[in-house]
Design a protein around this ligand. Sequence first.
Ligand SMILES: *Cc1c(COP(=O)(O)O)cnc(C)c1O
Length: 368
Amino acid sequence: MNVPFLSLKDISAKYAEEIHDAVRRVIDSGWYLQGKENEAFEQHYANFVGTKFCIGCANGLDALIWIFRAYIEQGTMIPGDEVIVPANTYIATILAITENGLKPVLVEPDFATLELDDSRIEEVITPRTKAICIVHLYGRNAMTEHIVQLCEKHKLKLIEDNAQAHGCKYNGKHTGSLGDAAGHSFYPGKNLGAIGDGGAVTTNDKELADCIRTLANYGSQKKYYFKYQGRNSRLDEIQAVVLDVKLRHLEEDNLLRQQVAAYYYDNIQNPLVTLPKRLPNENNVYHLFPVFCEKRDELQSYLSENGVQTLIHYPIPPHLQECYSGVWEGSHFPITEKLAKQELSLPISQVLRDDQIGEVVRLVNAFK
Ligand SMILES: *Cc1c(COP(=O)(O)O)cnc(C)c1O
């Protein structure tokens, strides 16, 4: 049996008619950028997340870049200021910080939950710390009461990277509405994915929202007048309508992911394979289903030889990447490095069939 890691073709096919109708509507309208479809999606997504504002932009990396850039334009942050961020995040979070001349301060995750270990935050706070950027990695919530308290106590901005957790909740509120601003990615493979690139910022801060909208539109509010040295970072009308269709189905799709995950938790039993801790009321939307194995590479080859495709998220942590060589020299992040050595993501999505899920479990359990 063949079990692909993620079939985007099947994901689009599920809502083919609605998506085709919507795309045709845009093509036939003759209006392709900054039109009413963007406005409608932004409104719907803001309502869904639970924030006053949503600004569509070109991709998730830009969404994060714009948040920090807007704080710099406003004078809330200046280059050289520090931003606390989990060491095991995807590189985009770190790039958004360094792109703005800010300094990422890496903090280890908790090995059991994979999310930022909040007990390690306070020790790295300095007078230059301006923000904590939490990342809801793998579809799990990363927010904690202690993080809220630290932000209040030290007057820090709380920024969320919600690229992997569309629909996840913390205390009844959606991730993306928990802090001062959040960046979202609509990369095709994300829980809410476009048919190309897309991203958005959500926030309740009107000034920040206005600034970001301006930055992402060449720095211009009024045609041919440029307030900032911005860039072209727009979400197009075709992506907006596709996202609007998929947003309507997001909760049912996430429910299907949760059912796959529940089956994995109930049936995977192999002393060589560890599953992440399952928390009560965790509202995990399972962007990924990571498992951990000391013989990870052998497990991956074994699954692959038997038709099951897996991926590693992520094989090399940011502090060991060539692009940051020398930046964290002498620093050690053993938990992050252990995760990178042992992590393997099993197939999970809203279009996996029962027989495919059963096959994954059978093979993982048979691995020796
Ligand atoms: C995907 C992702 C991003 C970046 O999104 P793009 O749309 O690919 O630019 C940022 N942060 C995290 C954690 C991601 O997984």
